[in-house]
Design a protein around this ligand. Structure first.
Ligand code: S3P
Length: 449
């Protein structure tokens, strides 16, 4: 899925003037994965509109097809999914290629763990470095047997078990992927699977499982931990579903408009789930001008249009407890912090070290190369802001197969005195294939070498 290094296509963006206009960002990546998975387990045809057609989601679709689901794009742009029913996934004939996608890998491992089938998971160099022990441990406890590469990494082979055992599992890391893997496994387990999350993470799985008719309840314990119970075996009903726009994609044009003087943009239909909207809350605390217009519900999720206008930012201490609600947005927040007045401290971010790249180290190196003064901490970053002055820039940044690193430095280039080049734009297609087109629609321009 990843082109060879020799095919790398660099990207340099500049802003000849203020950003302006109205855009809609593509469908939410997390919700798109889940929609394909649950529809593949319902009996009958589901229809999904607004599905993200990024490489990560297409990897999930290919894997589900290989296990018997019918997944096709219709002429009107919606996706029609013929589910096989919980318990009826077929063994895939070849290894499942997960590309760059941790979400595909971890959620599908959960799905397969309670089916009587065996699957091999492979991925690109970035995914093959990421830890899978966090799902291997609880899925082994329900009876799956997993043979992984050294360090609990991909490639790995998973042999599911049916009937598998119900479990009660307290998440040791705040991870929606681990939570979702267990809940998906629980669909084909008789009895109650319970997941306890001390720190709430994105709740798309819970919302969508309930929407498809699974028996799911949540409660809070006295410490504020969320306790989620799912009762199997589940019978899922096919659904008509619309996927809201991805707040993690909207983050890039939103920060761009905040930083480029005179900008005023509208981003339509952005998911505003409180377990995902942390970046917009933090930017607002720093002085950003972000209005949530026309709040509504789409596909069981809160959604709004975002009007974002240029505003000077002030550095703050970002509360660490907000991290799960904006875990993918720290790279672009680091860029926003680089333009703020004063210092921004961001901590509690050890999870960033095991994303598509080590996002603390890679961002620290890239920001320094662009002339920003940063201090790297084991669990975060302290950024000294320029007080609104353009950054020196003039660097070429290695994207390290990480879409959010590539997009963050493409945005930084808009506010640099000398343009910044990202060495390879290809990773952007994993989550936001229309990034360049939409940034151009807002008035930024690609600088050709
Ligand atoms: C995701 C959960 C998060 C996030 C990832 C998508 C999901 O990962 O970083 O991009 O869809 O469940 P973790 O579960 O590792 O925090």
């Amino acid at each position: 899925m990843t082109p060879p290094a020799s095919a790398a296509q660099p990207l340099t963006l500049v802003a000849p003037g203020p950003l302006a206009g109205t855009i809609a960002v593509p469908g939410d990546k997390s919700i798109s994965h889940r929609a394909l998975m649950l529809a593949s387990l319902a009996v009958g045809e589901s229809r999904v509109s607004g599905l993200l057609e990024g490489e990560d989601v297409l990897a999930t679709a290919a894997a589900l097809r290989a296990m018997g689901a019918g997944i096709e794009k219709a002429a009107d742009g919606s996706w029609h999914i013929h589910g096989v029913g919980v318990g009826s996934l077929m063994p895939p004939q070849a290894a499942l290629d997960m590309g760059n996608s941790g979400t595909s890998t971890r959620l599908l491992m959960g799905l397969i763990a309670s089916h009587p089938i065996t699957a091999t998971f492979v991925g690109d160099a970035s995914l093959s470095r990421r830890p899978m022990g966090r799902v291997i441990e609880p899925l082994s406890a329900i009876g799956a047997s997993i043979t992984a590469s050294p360090g609990n990494r991909l490639p790995l082979m998973l042999r599911g078990l049916a009937p598998a055992l119900p479990t009660r599992y307290r998440l040791p890391v705040a991870s929606a992927q681990v939570k979702s893997a267990l809940l998906l496994a629980g669909l084909n387990i008789q009895g109650t699977t319970t997941v306890i999350e001390p720190t709430p993470t994105r709740d798309h799985s819970e919302r969508m499982l309930a929407g498809f008719g699974a028996k799911l309840t949540t409660e809070k314990d006295s410490d504020g931990a969320r306790i989620i119970h799912l009762t199997g075996w589940a019978e899922l009903q096919p659904q008509m579903l619309q996927v809201p726009g991805d707040p993690s994609s909207a983050a890039f044009p939103a920060v761009a408009a905040t930083l480029v003087e005179g900008s005023d943009i509208l981003i339509e239909g952005v998911g505003m789930n409180p377990t995902r909207d942390g970046l917009f809350r933090v930017l607002t605390m720093m002085g950003a001008s972000i209005d949530r217009i026309n709040p509504r519900t789409v596909g069981g999720e809160p959604v709004a249009d975002l009007r974002v206008r240029f505003a000077p930012l002030t550095g703050i201490e970002v509360p660490p407890e907000i991290a799960p609600a904006m875990i993918d947005e720290y790279p672009i927040l680091f860029v926003a912090a680089a333009l703020a007045s004063g210092q921004t401290t961001m901590r509690g971010l050890e999870e960033l070290r095991v994303k598509e790249s080590d996002r603390i180290a890679v961002m620290a190196t890239g920001l320094k190369a662009c002339g920003v003064s940063v201090t790297e901490l084991p669990d975060g970053l302290i950024v000294q802001g320029s007080g609104g002055q353009k950054l020196p820039g003039g660097a070429t940044i290695a994207a390290h197969l990480d879409h959010r690193i590539a997009m963050s430095f493409a945005i930084l280039s808009l506010v640099a005195r000398a343009p910044v080049t990202v060495d390879d734009r290809a990773p952007i297609s994993t989550s936001f294939p229309a990034f360049l087109q939409l940034m151009q629609a807002l008035g930024s321009a690609e600088l050709m070498a």
